[in-house]
Design a protein around this ligand. Structure first.
Ligand SMILES: [Zn+2]
Length: 257
C-alpha cells in the first residue's frame, strides 16, 4: 500500500525549512511520491531543483493566477525553458481565481491563455486552480483546444453541476482535506460517487490540514493518510483499495515512472 500526494508546495518556507523531516514523515506515512507544484517562475525553478534532488518528488511548473498581474514576457520564456527539464511532469498551477482577486481578471486571463498557448504544443497534463470562476476557466480551456486532454481542477470545492461540466469536457477534479471538514456535505456527496478510475487526492500543503489534524500549523504530505482514510470510509471501500486506485490514477495522469 502506498499513497501519492498529487499536489503539494514543498518549496514554501514552512515545509522547505524542514524538508528532510517532511519527507521522512511522508515515507513513514506510506506516501511514496509527492508532486510539488510551482506557483510562479522562481517557485517553479525551486520545485524542479527539489525534484532533481529527490527521487520521490516530481515537479509541476507554472504561474498561479494570484501572480498574474506581475507576469512579463520574460517570465513566460523562463517557464517555457523550464518545461524541458525531465523532472517536470505537468504544467500549473494555472487558472483563474475570482474569489481573492489578488490579480485583476484581465491579467489572470492573459496569463492563463499564454500558458495554454505554451502547453498546446506539449504533452504535459495541466493542473488548474479555479476559484469562483468555473465558467470562464472552462470556456478558456475549451477554446484553447484542451477538451479530452489531461486536465485536473485541483482542490475542487464547486457544485455537482460544475463537476459534471468538467467531466463533460473529459477533465477531472481532485480532493484535498476540505472533504473531511464537517461543513463539506455537498463536496462529500460528489466524492462519494466520483468515478474510481479518475479519483486523485492531494494535501495542497502547507494549506488545508485535514480532520483530525486540522489545527496543525502546517499541513504536510504525511497527513494525506487522513484524507485517504476518510474517503475510503465515505465510499465504503477498503483503505488499501482506495490508496492503490488513487496512486495508480495519479501515476497515469502525470505519467510517473
Ligand atoms: Zn496549490
Amino acid at each position: 500500500m502506498s499513497l501519492i500526494d498529487s499536489h503539494a508546495h514543498l518549496t514554501f518556507d514552512v515545509l522547505a525549512s524542514d524538508l528532510a523531516g517532511v519527507l521522512a514523515r511522508a515515507a513513514e506515512a506510506q506516501v511514496a511520491h509527492i508532486v510539488t507544484i510551482g506557483t510562479g517562475l522562481e517557485d517553479s525553478q525551486r520545485a524542479v531543483e527539489l525534484a532533481a534532488a529527490h527521487a520521490d518528488v516530481s515537479a509541476v511548473a507554472g504561474i498561479h493566477p494570484h501572480e498574474a498581474a506581475e507576469v512579463t514576457r520574460q517570465h513566460l520564456d523562463g517557464l517555457r525553458n523550464l518545461l524541458d527539464s525531465p523532472h517536470v511532469v505537468g504544467m500549473g498551477e494555472m487558472g483563474l481565481d475570482y474569489h481573492y482577486g489578488f490579480s485583476d481578471r484581465l491579467s489572470q486571463r492573459r496569463v492563463f491563455e499564454a500558458q495554454l498557448d505554451i502547453a498546446s504544443s506539449r504533452q504535459l497534463p495541466l493542473v488548474v486552480h479555479c476559484r469562483d470562476a468555473v465558467r470562464d476557466t472552462v470556456s478558456i480551456l475549451s477554446a484553447a483546444g484542451f477538451d479530452r486532454r489531461p486536465v485536473v481542477f485541483h482542490c475542487f470545492t464547486g457544485t455537482r453541476e460544475e463537476a459534471e461540466v468538467i467531466d463533460d469536457h473529459g477533465w477531472r477534479i481532485s480532493f484535498t482535506g476540505i472533504v473531511t471538514f464537517k461543513n463539506a456535505a455537498a463536496l462529500q456527496d460528489i466524492a462519494r460517487t466520483y468515478p474510481a478510475d479518475q479519483l486523485m487526492i492531494e494535501t495542497d500543503c502547507p494549506y488545508l490540514s485535514p480532520v483530525p489534524v486540522r489545527s496543525a500549523k502546517a499541513n504536510e504530505p504525511a497527513h494525506l493518510v487522513h484524507t485517504a482514510r476518510f474517503l475510503a470510509d465515505l465510499r465504503d471501500e477498503a483503505f488499501d483499495t482506495l490508496a492503490a486506485k488513487t496512486a495508480a490514477n495519479t501515476r497515469r495522469f502525470f505519467a510517473l515512472a
